[in-house]
Design a protein around this ligand. Structure first.
Ligand code: PMP
Length: 322
């Protein structure tokens, strides 16, 4: 496959800026000094909640994409694990803006988290002390540093044997680190099979989600995506559903059978860092002869207009940092 311009960019040389300032409970500390006790509860027990938020450069100004939605999910994650966040949504919003501004990066990627910093001695946290950390890192530098496959223009997925966590036993709606052990193993299984990403099924054998992406398929001009029972409510998922509606494309949020993946005309995954990510192969089956399909392209074009600030209607999704 020919290399896309973005891939060439990733492989390119150039400054990799990994330093910067991290906001921790109201104070900025140098990235190198933003460290945690190895015996802290969140490291030992996985009780860290997080968000990843993307920003776009719009005519020289930095806009955070759907900041309100990310903060709502962050606050919801805290509630689901009974963590008492020491900041209000408004305070967090200001902190995000300040962090972006102080770091002065062209395409910042916001890594936001909250954890119990004190030493654990039990499964329950030792006390109520919660640290919120917000960093704005250079997205391109990160991808380059890790030679990430997340820049592949299209991908091959594998329906894996490990099932998605069940809401009876894990808070699947929370973006909590402990849930991502399952995602890590899913990714290993997919890679072992030569694929880029994993598709996990739910306990009933229907499609749930990828390791950290939501799944969409298109058949006969209609889009289908699994309902929210088993999965994280993706901000990109929500955006795509709305944009598709504007384009007059029907979207069904429903149970999606595994077999429908192989019969799909088009398939794509969605997530903050990859936006609309076309899938060209599921297991051994090529989708749309290995080409990105028409509807995926239309959605992508529309989405790109929104994140370039060209859509009045969706200005509400962009929070300028100054
Ligand atoms: N599912 C899971 C499990 C995820 O971790 C993510 C990434 N946050 C997504 C779906 C996609 O969500 P979003 O579009 O908000 O990035």
């Amino acid at each position: 496959m020919e290399k896309g311009s973005f891939e060439r960019l990733i492989e390119g040389q150039g400054e990799i800026k990994m330093s910067g300032k991290v906001w921790i409970n109201g104070k900025f500390v140098d990235r190198e000094k933003a460290r945690i006790d190895i015996f802290s509860h969140s490291l030992q027990r996985g009780s860290n909640i997080f968000e990843r938020i993307i920003c776009y450069d719009i005519k020289g100004r930095t806009a955070v994409f759907r900041l309100d939605d990310h903060l709502d999910r962050f606050i919801n994650s805290a509630g689901l694990i009974r963590m008492k966040l020491p900041y209000s949504k408004e305070e967090l919003k200001e902190a995000v803006k300040e962090t972006v501004n102080i770091n002065n990066i062209k395409n910042p990627y916001i890594k936001m988290s909250a954890h119990y910093p004190n030493e654990e001695f039990d499964v329950a946290p030792p006390d109520d002390l919660v640290q919120v950390a917000i960093a704005a890192v250079d997205m391109l530098a990160l991808l380059r540093k890790h030679k990430s496959t997340r820049v592949k223009p299209n991908l091959r997925v594998r329906v894996i044997s490990q099932r998605k966590l069940h809401p009876d036993t894990a808070p699947v709606k929370a973006k909590v680190s402990a849930n991502y052990l399952s995602a890590m193993l899913a990714k290993y299984e997919a890679r072992d099979a030569g694929a880029d990403e994993a598709i996990m099924l739910d306990r009933e054998g229907n499609v749930a989600e990828a390791s950290a992406e939501n799944v969409f398929l298109i058949k006969d001009g209609v889009i289908a995506t699994p309902g929210l029972d088993y999965i994280l409510s993706g901000v990109t998922r929500k955006s795509v559903i709305e944009v598709a509606g504007d384009l007059g494309i029907r979207v069904e949020e429903r149970r999606v059978r595994k077999e429908e993946l192989y019969e799909a005309d088009e398939l794509f995954l969605t997530a903050t860092s990859v936006k609309i990510w076309p899938v060209i192969q599921v297991d051994e089956k090529l989708i749309n002869n290995g080409e990105v399909g028409e509807i995926s392209r239309r959605l992508n074009n529309e989405f790109n207009k929104i994140i370039s600030g060209e859509s009045k209607k969706y200005d509400k999704w962009l929070t300028y940092t100054r």
